[in-house]
Design a binder for this molecule. Structure first.
Ligand SMILES: [Zn+2]
Length: 408
């Protein structure tokens, strides 16, 4: 066993790339894929993953929602590796699929090479992208899924999640986190942004998944004739919101610091006619940061600027997701594994949500990023160089070996 341990966990790069290319043919569109959760292509991809797990010597089971779990036979403790094969409409071939394929590759490499009783379990979670309910699979896995939320959930066409579940016909089974068995969760993902590529760096070690605060701002004015009402006698709800938007554009950087990002992604005026002063106006402001205190400061600034406006304004928080720190020990292990293999690293937050966000509430969790060409993702153009794909998998495999040795 000692000789095997010394050889590490060599990844079969060509096999990993073949897996990813083959999986990308299921629901393929142009250079990307479309596998909306519970669609026939999503179900087919999950069957494919279950078959690959079995071929890797794992005991594969699929739960009632379609999460596929591959259990290392003969192990009493295991590192969980995985992500999701569902996609957004016209999504990329790597998002999610990469983390699942890494799990398969590392499970194959780990067979017979880890200390006795230690294994690699692989997960393919359902509906991370939220076609019906974001992170459905990981929430069910950790036992946090709210039955009422499942009943309420619908896709954009109005199809109830319950109908989609019934139609998909997955086994009437739950797969659950086992705290006695599962020692850590590792999720690899494409960066989905430009920082690694711009810095010429190989690996992103994720420090935290950002928190998200989303506020709906409503200004209440009065509809008047836009030609006959003097400017100083108007209660213009639209102009009030534009002033607020300008203060955000000019002031949020000073309040939030270098890491914070924000977006005004939606704005609407009523009644919405060229010759009517807007009677009401609504916009949605979203901001993200790794620190709750920063999100609080941004919200406070927004509210105080809103209170200065010449018309009444309401601000309601419509989404509040807390930042999720990743496990520091796992981050150190990933960084050490990368450096030992000659790879360069960057400690960075994840600006997007991931299943690791859910798992981290129950289990030490870590995320590893590889570069995205042009920073593009959630689109069919999304891509990563093959060398980067293989290198990332080797770093994650070497991380698993470090964890297994320190746990043995
Ligand atoms: Zn993803």
């Amino acid at each position: 066993m000692t000789d095997d341990l010394d050889r590490g966990l060599p990844i079969d790069g060509p096999q990993l790339l073949r897996d990813l290319r083959e999986l990308a043919t299921i629901g393929g569109v142009e250079t990307g894929v479309e596998r909306l959760a519970f669609s026939p292509d999503d179900v087919a991809a999950r069957r494919w993953v279950a078959a690959r797990m079995a071929a890797a010597g794992l005991e594969a089971s699929t739960d009632r929602y379609g999460t596929v779990y591959g259990r290392a036979v003969g192990a009493s403790r295991a590192v969980l590796i995985g992500s999701h094969t569902d996609t957004v409409p016209r999504g990329g071939w790597l998002d999610g699929a990469l983390g699942v394929a890494y799990g398969l590759a590392i499970a194959r490499a780990a067979a017979g090479r880890l200390p006795d009783g230690f294994g690699v379990d692989v997960l393919n979670f359902q509906d991370e992208e939220g076609t019906y309910l974001p992170c459905l699979g990981s929430l069910s896995f950790t036992g946090e899924l709210d039955d009422a939320a499942v009943t309420r959930a619908r896709d954009r066409a109005g199809t109830p999640l319950r109908d989609a579940i019934a139609r998909a016909g997955f086994p009437d089974l739950d797969v659950r986190l086992d705290p006695d068995r599962h020692v850590a969760f590792l999720e690899a993902h494409i960066e989905q942004g430009p920082r690694l590529e711009a810095g010429g760096l190989d690996i992103g070690v994720v420090t935290a998944i950002v928190g998200i605060r989303r506020l709906r701002i409503r200004a209440h004015g009065r509809a008047d004739h836009a030609g006959t009402t003097p400017m100083d006698m108007r209660a213009d709800a639209g102009m009030a919101l534009f002033r607020l938007a300008n203060r955000i554009a000019d002031g949020f950087a000073a309040v939030g610091g270098a890491g914070a990002v924000w977006n005004i992604g939606s704005i609407a005026l009523q009644p919405g006619a060229a010759n009517v002063v807007p009677a009401s106006a609504e916009m949605v402001v979203e901001f993200r940061d790794v620190s709750d205190a920063t999100l609080d400061r941004l919200e406070e600034a927004l509210r105080s600027w809103a209170a200065d406006l010449p018309v009444p304004v309401e601000a309601d928080v419509i989404a509040r997701i807390r930042p999720t720190p990743m496990d520091a020990r796992l981050g150190d292990a990933m960084e050490a594994a990368a450096h030992a293999g000659g790879a360069t690293t960057l400690r960075m937050p994840s600006g997007a949500g991931h299943d690791a966000m859910v798992l981290a509430r129950r289990l030490p969790s870590g995320m590893l990023f590889i570069p995205s060409i042009g920073g593009r993702s959630h689109d069919v153009v999304e891509d990563t160089a093959e060398d980067d794909i293989v290198r990332g998998c080797q770093v994650l495999a070497d991380t698993v070996l470090r964890l297994a040795r320190s746990a043995a």
